[in-house]
Every structure is written in C-alpha cells, then in structure tokens.
Design a protein around this ligand. Structure first.
Ligand SMILES: Cc1ncc(COP(=O)(O)O)c(C=O)c1O
Length: 443
C-alpha cells in the first residue's frame, strides 16, 4: 500500500480494466450494467462478478495452452472464488476444480464438476476429508507429507480402494511474491522436501497397496509476476521425473499448480502465454499429462466490491469512511495489497482531485483500503468500486464486528441477478446458543 512510485491515474486504471467502461450519464459500467443501479437496488457493500469476463479469461488461458497442443486439464482454484455460479460457469467450459477442503470438494461437486476433474491439495486434510475424496474417486489427491501418505494408504486400504495421488514437491524456490503467499520455499509449510521425494515415491509406488501414485505436483505461490520462479520450479520437477524414470518408476502426471499474477497497480503481469511457453519448454516432450490450477488470474479482474461513503472526516488528512470493511475485503489489511478504486457515479471533469485515506468502519487501524489516494473529491453517499476483487475477496470475508456477509451479484449479458442474499443479523446469530445456566438465569 505504501510504495514510493506514483499510483496509476484513474484513466490508466480504466484502461487496464477493459471490463469496465466510463459512461458520462451512467457512470461506471461493467458487462453493460451501470454499477450505480446495482448499488441502489441491492445496497452496499456488494460484490459483483461479471460472468463474461470470467468466461473470457478462462478461454484466454485455454487458448494460450492450445497453441502448444499440450495434454492438459484445467482446474480452477476454488479457494480464490468459491461461488457455485462461478464454478458451474467454468465447468460448462470444461474446467475442473482444485480444492483444499472437504467443503470445497462438496461445493465443486454441487456445481456439477465431475469428480474425475477435481484435485485436492492442502496440508491438513482430515481423515473424513480424505475418505470423501477416496469415495468419490477424484482425479488426484496431492499429498503434502510423508505422514499424510501413510495415513491415506491406511484409509484407502481399509476402504478396499486405491487412491489416485500425486506427491506435492516443495522445490525450495522463492516465488518472489509477498511473504504471506509464497509456498515453495523449504521453510514454507507446504509440500514434501525435494530431497525426500525420490525415496518416498519409490516406496509409495512399489509398496503401498492403497495408493495409485500417478506423478508430482507443485505450487510455488500466488501473484507471481515473473517467469523465473516458474522456470526454476518446473526445471527441478523435470529433473525429478528423469531420475524417477531412470529407476523404472512411472510418472504419468504433473500438476503445475497456479500462481500467475495480475496487474493490481503497476505490476508487469506476464500473460498466460508466458506460462504456457515455460510449461511447454520444460514438460512438452516428457510424455506427461499436465494440470494447472490458476485462481487469481481468472477471477480477480472479473470482480469488484461496491461500497458507499458513510462519512468524510477532515483533520490532518482527509478520510473517506466507507461501509465495506476489512471483514469484507481483508487483502489490504492482511497482505498490504493495493486495489484500484474508481468512483461509480458519473463524475464531472471539474470535480477537484483530492488525496484521501479510504478506510473501513471496523475498529482496527489496519482496516484501511488506501492511503493518500488521488480521487475526485468524495462526499457522503458517493459509491466506489474496489477493483480486482473477484479473487480472494468474498471467500475471505468474515463477520468481524458483527458485520453480516455482503450480498453478491452476477452480471451476465447486460443483466444482473443476486447470487447471494445479504446476510441478515438474525442469520448471523442463528446458530448461537446461550449456555443453559445463563438462559435459565435470564428467564
Ligand atoms: C495448491 C494451490 N493451487 C492453486 C492455487 C491458486 O493460486 P492462484 O490463485 O495464485 O492462481 C493456490 C493458492 O495459493 C494453491 O495453494
């Protein structure tokens, strides 16, 4: 959030987001719909997803790989955006899912993603979650530790099944991204240490009757904006494949993970063709079936979060206090991330530009979306759009400060529909119970 080089101007932001258009009368328009109309009808805060953008980005990713005719399956990282409408839409386009919990697995199935298109990663899968995956015969379970491998083998054997698995490798590569979203360094909690893989692979493939070991998986981190980490990580995986095969072991599949970054501010984010090129360079002639698991690249630019100015406050600096909080969009508080902010209503070119801190109402100083951002002078009731909020946005929301989950809307071909009602306070408290001793005292 605090960087020395200047922020992009509002025009540059618009230019970088072809999904959004500025209309002199209607204000900010997304997928043919004036966002002001949605805010007025549904209220704020409100998440918007544009189906057309999501579909187009999925298609662009596929097109990049089709250029190399690679044998590849696409798995959308459900953690980035888990609404079933998004998953179903992607399923129609042939996408499967990458899930990291039993809940996400159930969601993917409920969105009509066939089990054979689902991969399951994550370091803390419970017995019940593993059993669910085994029962449904999903495409593969990415095993993240020796301990999990043994546990899974025992579970599958008891169930008289063979679980299709890959070993997730920790390649000890720095993805050069934010510390909190890097996953492939030796000190990170993810995957199995590089130098342990070979022996474990041999053991699993030759000795474990509950396991069908199909290959290796790797995921280096998220919001990766250069080619080097991908190239380094995949090169290490290719070396492993060669040494495993040299010993007569079978490696049929490589799951290349996700991680491709986007331009939030002024990052030079490489296009999917870069990823396709690197993957083809390294695995293209290795006779392996490939998988990728992108999330952010598809979903982030397809979504915005609408919010309204509750009050402005003048002091040493000007604050615009908005009705979305860190409980809605936690990324700035959690990762210091920068989100573009655009006014939603039509703004006259004569409105003066002012520097303002855009802050939420939550009682935490970290509930700050932008510091000293140049925006047309804001006043109460103005509506703003936080850009690139389609990934790691709604999925990370909480009800901190007893703030209900915001509504979600999907735009499709110039029309919009609510796809998740705003949570009511009754719903928020519905599962709370007073302990008996206290309720008795009350009555
Ligand atoms: C195992 C795995 N696969 C895929 C992803 C998706 O990453 P991204 O949204 O950066 O593409 C993640 C997210 O960190 C992940 O942990």
């Amino acid at each position: 959030m605090t960087t020395s080089h200047p922020d992009p101007t509002l025009d540059t932001l618009l230019h970088n987001h072809p999904t959004l258009k500025k209309d002199l009368q209607r204000g900010l328009v997304m997928g043919g719909v004036a966002l002001r109309d949605i805010a007025q009808a549904v209220g704020t805060p409100c998440w918007i997803i544009d189906a057309g953008t999501l579909r187009q980005r999925a298609q662009d990713m596929q097109t990049a790989f089709e250029a190399y005719s690679l044998p590849i399956d696409y798995h959308f990282a459900v953690k980035s955006q888990d609404h079933r409408a998004c998953l179903s839409l992607l399923a129609q386009q042939g996408w499967g899912a990458d899930v990291v919990s039993g809940g996400e697995l159930q969601r993917a199935l409920a969105a009509n993603i066939p089990a054979e298109r689902i991969v399951f990663s994550g370091i803390g899968k419970t017995d019940d979650e593993l059993k669910l995956a085994i029962t449904h015969d999903i495409a593969q379970i990415n095993v993240e530790s020796r301990e999990e491998l043994y546990r899974l083998n025992a579970l599958a054997s008891t169930m008289k099944k063979r679980a299709r698995i890959s070993l997730r490798v920790n390649p000890d590569v720095d993805a050069q991204t934010h510390d909190k979203i890097t996953t492939g360094r030796a000190e990170d909690k993810f995957g199995i240490a590089y130098n342990e893989i070979h022996a474990l692979y041999r053991h699993a493939q030759r000795e474990m009757s509950g396991i069908h070991l199909v290959g290796l998986a790797v995921h280096l981190g998220s919001q990766i904006s250069t080619e080097a980490p991908f190239r380094q990580g995949y090169t290490k995986i290719a070396e492993l494949i060669r040494s495993l095969r040299h010993e007569g072991l079978t490696v049929e599949e490589i799951d290349c993970g996700g991680g491709l970054g986007i331009t939030y501010r002024d990052e030079i984010a490489p296009p999917p063709s870069m990823l396709a090129h690197v993957i083809n360079d390294i695995f293209g002639d290795m006779d392996v079936h490939l998988r990728i698991e992108p999330g952010r690249w598809l979903a982030a630019p397809a979504g915005v979060l609408l919010t309204q100015v509750i009050d402005t406050k003048e002091g040493v600096r000007k604050f615009a206090i908005v009705d979305a909080g860190m409980n809605d969009l936690v990324r700035p508080a959690m990762y210091d991330s920068w989100h573009g902010i655009l006014p939603v209503g039509p703004t006259s070119p004569s409105t003066p530009i002012e520097r303002v801190d855009v802050v939420g109402p939550v009682c935490e100083s970290s509930d700050t979306f932008a510091r000293q951002r140049a925006l047309p002078s804001l006043k109460r009731h103005d509506i703003l759009a936080f850009l690139d909020a389609g990934a790691y946005g709604s999925v990370m929301s909480s009800t901190y400060n007893s703030r209900p989950f915001a509504a979600q809307v999907m735009i499709h071909e110039g029309k919009w529909e609510i796809i998740r009602q705003r949570q009511s306070l009754e719903e928020l408290m519905a599962h709370e119970r007073l302990p008996q001793w206290l309720s008795q005292t009350e009555s």
